[in-house]
Design a protein around this ligand. Sequence first.
Ligand code: KG4
Length: 343
Amino acid sequence: MIIFAIETSCDETAVAVVRDGREVLSSELFSQADMHALYGGVVPEIASRNHAAHIGRLSELALKNAGIEKSEIDAVAVTCAPGLIGALLVGVNFAKGLAMALNVPLIPVHHLRGHIAANYIAYPDLEPPFLSLVISGGNSLIADVRGYTDISIIGRSRDDAAGECFDKTARVLGLGYPGGPVLEKLASDGDDSLFSLPRPVIEGFAYDMSFSGLKTAMVNIVHNAEQKGEKLDTASLAASFTRTISDILVPRVMAAAKEFGHDKISVTGGVAANSRIRADFTKAAEKDGCTLLIPPLSLCGDNAAMIGSQAYYEHRSGADAGFELDARATMEVSEGFQAIDMY
Ligand code: KG4
């Protein structure tokens, strides 16, 4: 089954062609990061306009690079939630038009289910069950993946996402957007034990996380130093910050794997690109005898191939949508699109 997949939930316009959920025939991406960097973060209106400007061109390119004709497309898949509503709507309406014109099914996909599905492309023999940590710019969650479409969240950030914390920290340090890659580079020369930073615990919710206190601590450290005219060891601050994020994530994920009986653990989302976090997970998985799955960088950030992969399984479970399909800014991972009562 050949699925034409579209992703426009944030600031990446992405289109891919995926066969049978596992084989990527093409995957095209236009990142708007440079445009949003001017403003220190994603500007929703600019994101929507750029999706509209680039989605047609990328679709042509995806078809050409996949080496297929439009008539060979068996279904159109699109990220419908969660995300920036205006940005999602561009993808959803483009997908509706295409599915209608080609007279093929329209498959709605939850963005975070897509991040989990990145593993099916990276590891073609992988099948659920497994435990999945998704750490992106907008979400941090631990999911119990019992089946391709049977997924429940067992831990999540109560406030900011890990990626947002990277982005805001980089902003207060004047390092631009997105913050993750630049902080990673800066941290490589730092001492990760120089700054003691908060690692909050949420009583009674062993797998929930909180990053807003860490973000505030970073802002305060930078502002205090500025007010006192002191020079900060920013490399050590970045290293201590990254270690703290890792110290919040790794023990929770390993404990959740034990409790829920998983010996396969996946880490996806943009923050999974971080080499320190990858190394800490690698060590912990080795110690506990677990298999660690971390997709390559190209599949960790937003892309449409992961949407095309998840769509295959959503379609098999009967989750096709009608043309009344709408986008949603928020939506639980465990919800199905069939259950949406839009009006
Ligand atoms: O998954 P993603 O591409 O988009 C969302 O769905 O949010 O994640 C983007 C996030 C940003 O917050 C970015 O700063 C972070 O991933 N990120 C990183 C690294 N590369 C990207 N965070 C830490 N270290 C990195 N190397």
